[in-house]
Design a protein around this ligand. Sequence first.
Ligand code: NAI
Length: 438
Amino acid sequence: MRLSVIGAGYVGLVSGACFAELGHSVLCIDNNPAKIDAIRSGQMPIYEPGLDALVARNVAAGRLTFATGIDAAISDSAAVFIAVGTPSRFDGRAELTFVHAAVEACAPFLKAGAVVVNKSTVPIGTGDRVEEILATVRPELAVSVASNPEFLREGAAISDFMEPDRIVVGVEDDNARAVAEAIYAPLTAKGAPLLFTRRRTSEMIKYAANSFLATKLGFINEIADLCEHVGADVAEVAVGIGLDSRIGRKFLNAGPGFGGSCFPKDALALLNTANDVGAQMPILERVIHANDLRKRNIGRKILKALGGSVRGATIGVLGLAFKPETDDMREAPSIDIVASLDYWGAAIRAYDPAAMEQAKPKLPASVVYCDDPYACAEGADAIAIVTEWNEFRTLDLARLKAVMRRPVIVDMRNVLSAAEVEAQGFQYDSVGRPGREA
Ligand code: NAI
């Protein structure tokens, strides 16, 4: 089938390349020419394992092409996927300008029977608005509007897309349903569940899923804080409750607060949707508030580890991205942590395997970026592990200690073993786990 994808970001580029891999002929459009130039020359604009090879393979096979403008080239597409950003507005609602602009730009070129599919995460009812825009620009045209939220996780995006837990499609007519069935046939043939709902329900499913996961993280973080007071170990609590199949082990890793491009903004957008219709979501409201506070306050762990002040101290920050295997810095906890340390008068050295370029505009100019963890630890009074990249699990502790001014590690992701670190002579603090003295 011929498909177009508008937006070649984390979701659009991965989806476009994966659709091509499934055998479709895909045109991926982004209005950022630098991004398209980079992709065409083989440089992926995002760090995503396996993406460069996937794109190269499908471009070479002639199934994947790129463009910078929406024009007649989309007119033979059976479906046009909208995968543009929907960031938080100043008031916490989702910014829909990019979605509306993309739909308006597509409308003149759509063929009869085409399906416009919202893959962006959009507030409930956005599909209706898209329908109105199309009816205004092309009143004569019979087109369908569907919702197909994306559940891929950055860092595992390709396997998530190719082996999804489920595919959700919200439709209001048989045409959209048939086109979606055909597009996803290669995946459903391999057993991927395809769930059809009404459009508004599908839009709600995406927000409910992300808000539930955010709540799960918020809950385990709260348990972690209590563990620190009562001398229990949150990592073992997570195992102990996670073995209950009603709870599940995933999303029970305590840490510095959830970030990323989705959970904070989607939880906030859902809360605002509730407020707009006069409904209450007190649980979600508390989750959002508690997470904001957590990200702002978690830096105090470092302050405490150094006796109440970091003025004049050097702190090595290991990990900046909001999670491993991505270069995405959106809403990353490192932003708040580094800002606090800077405000309190610390000098900051930082290392991240993928996100240092993306971090620069978001962190104070005084941050010194380093080539590896050991350079980052040079002269440091403490190391803070902020993102759980695998390479931090196997640090050479003796080498680290040899270059540091004071052997202090604050492990905000619980990646190290307290016993091992303390055996090397480090002062060690983690999240929700008792230290040697507890
Ligand atoms: P992104 O910011 O990485 O990519 C969006 C792209 O759209 C940008 O490259 C931008 O230049 C392009 N764009 C904007 N307006 C355009 C237009 N009129 N024509 C052509 N291109 C245009 O955003 P990302 O992260 O891919 O997110 C897209 C949507 O998917 C959002 O609604 C997000 O909430 C949702 N989502 C994101 C996930 C993620 O892990 N990043 C996962 C699941 C959903």
